[in-house]
Design a protein around this ligand. Structure first.
Ligand code: TEU
Ligand code: CA
Length: 552
């Protein structure tokens, strides 16, 4: 039975490889996470979403799973995992695991068997097709893989192509096979019985492929023909039997589709991550702050209008995205102020809020050089560009692009302290530590009252007090066309929260309608000593944010 506890929740995402290394091998691990539970509790989060920690050859850092019921040895043992979840639960923190079932690793036992031929029990676990053309060596369609090249790989052993939407070490599962669907339900139930509280479902919108793949357009695999049928059956066989949060990663989704597949009467997903506000914009020379605030607001405010029966998930960062600073707000001298302003703009929206590790410290993108990247996406792009005759011309563009968008920016080790390697490891970190760790780290922020970390703690405790209004209140854009300030009001009965967040390095004004200027506004949260007086034209300092309570 579902209590929908997640509607009140703030979820903290942990990328285990980069969070905390307990044994000095340079790789974060489960015991490292357990050691930081007091930190998470003091921060005030309700749940943790753990990126994959299952057995994996790590072609894509655990998003290529070779055994769904085993822990990756680099991260620890099942006993470590059991200690971790017990400690989280003792501290009132739930655990959301990552469910990666669009594809497995090519080293999964199922695939090893499947590629052997057409008549073994696993033959139909994956998407195999004959090639076309005279020699049958042309792929069935023109789909490209997310990490480069064709989405089809020819397998000599079986004499057929298999589909892989991501790397060729990530073959797509065949969800049209009922045995595969049963395997997925069994995996979910295995972990629910061990106590997990939900799943974040990796690229779940891609699982149902069009019937005829020959010449099919790629769009036909986003919420494909049997998607609802398969997901509803999975909910019945597993998800709905426990008190879960099921959040789908919904690459390629649009608003109407999202409203449909998160409608609680449909018994599909509880909520989903859309990608509209993190769509990449062309890299131009001058600014790292790549986002046009008006567009950003237009997108976010629209998603706030999801119908009552649906439920939004709100986030600015995750392990695939660059840091929100400098992406959405100014860096440099204004970094701390902008981190707080972004925080306030996020945490009072309707929806389950997701915070990515290090976001609560205002961690930023890293100054990577060509040889520093580790992510399969960046590494493949660099290799492909290097091999082209035009490499000398193209490489600077690619490097400029990666400096802004590489997934590695989010994955640099968590900055715990000013000790070597930011206190993340006593060994050699698997990925470069951001050299700004002496300035940006948890230890330094812990006891400094005006730190980003303490602002998060304060914001989260205010959110707790106002949770009824934040969960159920109306969402009202304020001065929506404003180019510098993100402003909105939330209202329930006679109580209102007014949230004003400048994301501009300039002094800005914001128009406040009379209904909010009733004279009894009480300041709940702000990032500067001085708070502005609410007027028709209210002035805000660069990157200033304020949250007022009005009425009630
Ligand atoms: O990501 C799916 C996805 O399509 C993108 O967000 C992708 O990361 C893209 O390359 C961004 O530029 C999910 C996981 O979050 C990601 O880490 C995995 O690599 C991917 O699925 C495959 O499992
Ligand atoms: Ca380790």
């Amino acid at each position: 039975m579902k209590s929908r506890w997640y509607q009140n929740a703030v979820v903290y995402q942990i990328y285990p490889r980069s969070f905390c290394d307990s044994n000095g091998d340079g790789i974060g691990d489960l015991n490292g996470i357990t050691s930081k539970i007091p930190y998470l509790k003091a921060l005030g989060v309700d749940a943790v979403w753990l990126s994959p920690c299952y057995a994996s050859p790590n072609d894509d850092n655990g998003y290529d799973i070779s055994d769904y019921r085993a822990i990756m040895p680099e991260f620890g043992t099942m006993a470590d995992w059991e200690r971790m979840i017990a400690a989280l639960h003792e501290n009132g923190i739930r655990l959301i695991m990552d469910l990666v079932v669009n594809h497995t690793s090519d080293e999964h036992r199922w695939f090893v068997e499947s590629k052997k031929g057409r008549d073994n029990p696993y033959s139909d676990y994956y998407i195999w097709r004959d090639g076309t053309g005279a020699d049958h060596r042309t792929p069935p369609n023109k789909w490209g893989a997310c990490f480069g090249g064709s989405a089809w790989e020819y397998c000599e052993e079986r004499g057929q192509f298999y589909l892989h939407l991501f790397s060729k070490k990530q073959p797509d599962l065949n969800w049209d096979n009922p045995k595969v669907r049963q395997e997925v339900a069994d995996i979910c139930n295995f972990w629910f019985e061990k106590g997990v509280d939900g799943f974040r479902c990796d690229v779940i919108t891609y699982i149902s492929k069009p019937e005829n793949l020959y010449g099919a357009p790629f769009s036909s695999t986003v919420v494909g023909p049997n998607w609802k049928k398969y997901i509803r059956a999975l909910a019945e066989a597993s998800w709905d039997r426990y008190d879960t949060l099921i959040v789908g990663e919904a690459t390629g989704i649009d608003f109407d589709r999202a409203a449909e597949i998160t409608d609680e009467r449909e018994h599909l997903l509880d909520t989903l991550f859309h990608y509209e506000h993190v769509a990449q914009v062309p890299v131009c020379r001058h600014s790292q702050q790549s986002t046009n605030l008006r567009r950003f607001k237009r997108v976010l405010f629209r998603w706030q209008t999801l119908p009552q029966a649906s439920w939004p998930a709100v986030y600015y960062e995750n392990h695939d995205q660059p840091r929100s600073i400098p992406r959405f707000a100014p860096s440099g001298a204004l970094r701390e102020r902008s981190a707080k302003s972004l925080t306030a703009s996020l945490l009072f929206q309707r929806g389950t809020a997701f915070v990515y590790q290090g976001q609560e410290l205002g961690m930023t993108n890293a100054p990577f050089r060509e040889e520093d990247y580790r992510d399969i996406q960046a590494v493949n792009q660099i290799r492909a560009t290097r091999s082209r005759p035009s490499a000398r011309l193209e490489m600077p563009f690619l490097l400029r692009y990666l400096r802004r968008y590489s997934r590695d920016h989010a994955r640099t080790p968590m900055q715990w302290s000013g000790a070597p390697n930011a206190g993340f490891t006593t060994g050699n970190p698997w990925l470069m530590v951001n050299p700004n760790y002496p300035q940006i780290n948890a230890a330094e922020q812990q006891d400094r009252d005006d730190s980003v970390l303490n602002f998060y703690r304060r914001a989260l405790s205010i959110r707790r007090v106002w949770i009824d209004l934040i969960r159920d209140g109306s969402f009202e854009p304020v001065d929506p066309k404003n180019k510098n300030v993100m402003a909105y009001a939330r209202r329930l009965g006679d109580r209102t929260l007014l949230v004003l967040c400048s994301l501009s390095p300039k002094k800005s004004s914001v128009r406040i309608p009379a209904e909010y200027r009733t004279g009894d506004a009480k300041l709940l949260l702000g990032n500067l000593e001085q708070s502005p007086v609410l007027r028709e034209k209210t002035m805000l300092a660069p990157c200033q944010c304020v949250v007022f309570a009005i009425g009630g």
